[in-house]
Design a binder for this molecule. Sequence first.
Ligand code: 3HC
Length: 296
Amino acid sequence: MAEIQKVGVVGVGLMGSGIAQVSASAGLETVVREVDRELLDAGVASIRRVLERSVQKERISGEQRDATLGRVTATLDLEPLAECDLIIEAIVEDLGAKNELFGALDGLAPERTIFASNTSSLTITEMAANTERADRFVGLHFFNPVPVMPLVEVVRTGATSDETLQAAMEFVKAIGKTPIVCRDNSGFIVNRLLVPYMLDAMRAYESGVGSIEDIDTGMRLGCGYPMGPFTLSDFVGNDTLYRITEIMFNEYREPRFAPPSLLRRMYLAGYHGRKVGRGFYDYSGDEPVVSDFVKR
Ligand code: 3HC
């Protein structure tokens, strides 16, 4: 299978913009696609911001920033994606929306194009089965913040060919990340272990084991985790985590994947985490403090 030289990224939110940035920074032509102009502009601005920070830190030159941005083509259409060797989907975690997108791309893209989804918990097999290229379909699961986190889970289904897996592994290495191979089970490797851990922290709090701050401090200083479980849940997004638990619980039917009622209440009340300024912590002041919602 030919080397991947041109990459398409569909959806330039938090994950998609990071994926596009690392791809373009690695020297690959990168097409980014969004559904409306405002989201597209915001995604490109976010790529520019990360590159700008690298210039300020003297990691790259102004010329390198410009050359990287020059490799990014932004579009509202699907057609420009058809020239890509690899198309990575990073849109909302909604199977219907993803299937609709891959269905449309399947008719446009040439045979050689590999399709990948950045889903964190939906089933790759189900998306692949909806196309005529299940052998050229993988999961490529990146971690937040994409420019910083070195891991990518490469997910193979029962139908993914060896050549496709190989090409996906090579791509991940080419963009400077470390690939690990996972079977197509909901949550793959990392979320399968991480999600029950975060949910358990919530249950520990609900049963009075310790305060939010102390549980966070415990895991940070006692285990060397960069963030405690509540800070991490706010960082990932409590809405995102809640949706992941629903999908994982549906697949495994095991209580450890079921959302604790506190998480469900926070999801329903809009305490979605750092991106909205409130979650387990309130981020409106200089330092985060535990939200009143959680304490009441
Ligand atoms: N984009 C680009 N760069 C970023 C960034 C972002 N959003 N956030 C932080 N950085 C960079 C900073 O510029 C800084 O770079 P430098 O060292 O070159 O100066 C570096 O990361 C460290 O940042 P800070 O000094 O500001 O802060 P920290 O040392 O606290 O690090 C962190 C921030 C990297 C986010 C760290 O706290 C961390 O690793 N947290 C855990 C993150 C994690 O577990 N992610 C996985 C979540 S699970 C997931 O994504 C799967 C999904 O399916 C749920």
